[in-house]
Design a protein around this ligand. Structure first.
Ligand code: AMP
Length: 253
């Protein structure tokens, strides 16, 4: 069974994002970029399935600028077998990424695509759902547990999902799309030997046009602004004062 893991190169979660002076977007000049944290969880899950003998191959795919190769190498250092870069300088929106991933999935025919539930740069939370719709595959989003089984020749996944107010467990037939939530696993650190080994793993590059996908943006960003500065907090003497302030000043009780 082949697993496809889309990995996005995003601004590192430790970096405080700064808005460009002209308000056209987030300033990414000289900023540390890393793999989207939910995608690290997705790679870890796929690699664990391979280590358990359930999956046979883990293929990482990243869409974006040439530097996304670094993200793919990180995925391969965690344990992915090979990487595919869909290279473009166009700023990609979730629908364009979903179309590119559909085209890659058409070529690769994976049994499972495991994505992050959302990318921490735009927080869109759309790509996995759109990919499932484009492929006509079942989807299990926000997974905190994934178990695969073969039921009478029909491969199925039992997925525990994090939903408002608790957990939900659903069974879906494969091929399918799963998106990861934080509690699914704790990704391993890539060791130096594995980082070295990852440099020798195969990495193919394709262009969106070769996949027959138009990646032109459908949404226009009108303005990006910093959130309003927060005013300083106050220290309260006791619980009674806190409750009084919440009731009479903040009016949230
Ligand atoms: P989003 O819908 O943008 O919040 O992203 C959800 C997930 O889709 C991410 O966690 C990635 O797994 C995948 N994804 C989004 N953009 C890309 C991209 N440019 N390249 C590869 N995977 C992506």
């Amino acid at each position: 069974m082949k697993i496809l893991v889309p990995v996005k190169r995003v601004i590192d979660y430790n970096v405080k994002a700064r808005v460009k002076a002209d308000g056209s977007g987030v300033d990414l000049a000289n900023v540390k970029m890393s793999m989207n944290p939910f995608d690290e969880i997705a790679v870890e899950e796929a690699v664990r399935l391979k280590e358990a003998g359930v999956a046979t191959e883990v293929v990482a795919v990243s869409c974006g600028v040439a530097a996304c190769q670094e993200t793919l190498r990180t995925a391969m250092a965690i344990g992915a077998d090979r990487g595919i870069l869909v290279e473009t300088d166009v700023e990609l929106q979730p629908l364009a990424v979903a179309k590119l991933l559909k085209a890659v999935a058409d070529r690769e025919a994976p049994a499972l695509v495991i994505l992050g539930k959302q990318a921490i740069d735009d927080d869109a939370n759309q790509t996995g759902q759109m990919l499932a719709a484009l492929k006509g595959w079942p989807q299990a989003t926000f997974a905190s547990k994934v178990a695969l089984a073969d039921e009478g020749g029909q491969p199925r996944a039992t997925v525990t999902r994090e939903i408002d107010g608790g957990l939900e467990t659903i069974a879906i037939s494969l091929p399918a799309v799963v998106t990861t939530d934080l509690r699914l696993n704790e990704p391993r650190y890539a060791t130096l030997p594995n980082i070295m080994k990852a440099k020798k793993k195969p990495l193919d590059t394709v262009k969106p046009a070769e996949l027959g996908v138009d990646v032109a943006p459908r949404l226009a960003t009108l303005k990006v602004a910093e959130p309003p500065a927060r005013s300083a907090g106050v220290r309260v003497a006791d619980v009674a004062q806190l409750v009084d302030k919440l009731k009479n000043e903040a009016k949230v009780l």
